[in-house]
Design a protein around this ligand. Structure first.
Ligand SMILES: *Cc1c(COP(=O)(O)O)cnc(C)c1O
Length: 330
């Protein structure tokens, strides 16, 4: 870790060495997901595309990597007291699963009206669920209070050095497997996956351009990169529910601001067309957020003719009813 100076003296910004350490910790627990190719996709982009299929990761998304690494990095005392997360999405499931595998108690703070299927899945991973009212209560405050009461460790979804290092292992595996790239394209929410991927790409493929992709409705990352500081926006509305954050994390931005070449956006309609492409042509289910990077390439937002391009498919957690509704509403 590198301690950054001045204003952000308390930030521990991870380096590629932390990604390599994460790889050791998660090996045997996380899947080494396949890299998929498609001649149809290559023809659409006039490029060589390599899709890292994190929709096939444990618990259905890359989040397992960062969550497992964060739990594995805890000392004995902290392991006994457990971990806490606030999220109703992929991070909560991933943390619950990662904690159970390592014999660490987990508490997940979830809204009372979270979908039944998510509550059931989190319980099945053996986590304790603490419900709150999303209209009257502040989940971050509740989580901090719970963590303090139990001397437990709060594991945030993206703004955390071990989480970022863990997420970086997906791009590390991708570049190791296919060789150097001209471009790597990564979905962007709070910036855990993009920051981690940037650490790996810089170390293993120094000439590779690094581009993040956000939903058009929430381009806070794009604004932040242009302004040179973290920009906050109201919670955006998009079908990319894994990327509807109001701002990127501080640890994340400390990496992004000097490694990422550009951040572009795609529309919900472009995400749906990309989900359809994956289902019809490549026979895989990718959730809306998981399609962000691929949509930028396959829908022509980013030009990459003649290039070798790595694309992170970040997750596959979408229930079939939602999947069907999205694909049938033309
Ligand atoms: C969380 C998530 C993202 C966004 O990741 P960040 O690390 O927050 O940028 C993208 N895709 C999926 C499927 C996710 O679960």
């Amino acid at each position: 870790m590198i301690d950054t100076s001045s204003a952000s003296a308390s930030l521990k910004v991870p380096t590629f060495a932390d990604v390599e350490a994460a790889r050791e910790r998660i090996s045997g627990a996380a899947h080494r997901t396949p890299v998929l190719t498609s001649r149809t996709a290559d023809a659409m982009a006039e490029a060589s595309l390599f899709f890292k299929a994190e929709n096939l990761q444990r618990a259905g998304a890359f989040k397992f990597r960062g969550a497992y690494n964060a739990v594995a990095a805890l000392d004995e005392f902290s392991r006994r007291n457990g971990v806490v997360a606030f999220s109703s999405g992929n991070h909560a499931q991933a943390l619950a699963d990662a904690a159970r595998l390592q014999g660490v108690p987990a508490t997940i703070v979830m809204p009372k009206d979270a979908p039944e299927i998510k509550i059931a899945a989190t319980k099945a991973y053996g986590a304790e669920i603490h419900f709150y009212d999303r209209y009257t209560e502040d989940r971050e405050a509740i989580s901090r209070r719970l963590a303090a009461e139990r001397s437990a460790t709060l594991v945030p979804p993206f703004d955390h050095p071990e989480v970022i290092a863990g997420q970086g292992t997906a791009a590390l595996e991708l570049i190791e497997e296919v060789g150097e790239l001209d471009l790597i394209v990564v979905p962007l929410g709070g910036g855990g996956l993009l920051a981690g991927s940037a650490l790996s790409a810089r170390a293993l493929s120094p000439a590779c351009k690094i581009v993040g992709v956000e939903p058009e409705a929430g381009n806070d990352g794009q604004q932040s990169l242009r302004k040179g500081e973290v920009v906050r926006i109201p919670a955006p509305k998009s079908i990319a529910d894994g990327a509807i954050v109001t701002h990127v994390g501080d640890h994340n931005f400390a990496i992004l601001k000097h490694t990422v070449h550009d951040i572009v956006t795609v529309t919900d309609a472009q995400l749906v067309e990309t989900m359809r492409f994956f289902a019809e042509r490549m026979k895989i289910i990718v959730e809306p957020t998981g399609c962000l990077a691929a949509a930028a390439i396959l829908q022509g937002v980013l030009r990459c003719a003649g290039s070798r391009v790595g694309i992170l498919l970040s997750g596959g957690n979408v229930d079939l009813k939602t999947f069907n509704d999205l694909l049938s509403a033309r």
